[in-house]
Design a protein around this ligand. Structure first.
Ligand code: HEC
Length: 106
């Protein structure tokens, strides 16, 4: 009996830990950016994980990403051109999305 309880608890902990690791895009980011960006795979634009890697260790990463998202265009990924502010993101959404991306760099 004790082993059953122990394994049930262990499984539950693994499930909780697993879902904490899979970071989801916040809903507003998904709405304004998700048509072209995914967390882990390239769609039209690079994945947010790849972008976070590009800026890893850069102290001014959030500032640079905000500036690029606001002006749009090409940033060296050779995937074409991004529309300024994606699909009509507000300044606050650009800021929170950019901070979300830099937060992915570990
Ligand atoms: C219509 C498609 C589209 C939408 C919508 C879009 N992007 Fe992009 N994004 C792109 C493409 C394409 C690139 C890569 C451009 C290149 O080849 O350099 C890109 C690149 C980027 C980069 C990389 C910048 C760099 O410095 O390397 C960031 C950050 C980014 N997007 C953030 C966002 C955010 C945040 C949103 C939502 C507010 C968003 N994008 C919405 C198409 C899109």
């Amino acid at each position: 009996m004790r082993t059953i309880i122990t394994s049930v608890v262990a499984t539950a902990i693994l499930i909780i830990a697993g879902s904490a690791l899979a970071v989801e895009m916040p809903a507003d980011v998904k709405a304004k950016c998700g048509a072209c960006h995914a967390m882990d795979q390239k769609i039209i634009g690079p994945s947010f994980t790849e972008i976070a890697k590009k800026y890893k260790g850069d102290k001014d990463a959030a500032g640079k990403i905000i500036a690029n998202v606001v002006k749009g265009g090409s940033f060296g990924w050779n995937l074409g051109s991004m529309p300024p502010k994606g699909l009509g993101a507000s300044d606050a959404e650009v800021k929170s999305a950019s901070e979300f991306i830099t937060g992915l760099a570990k």
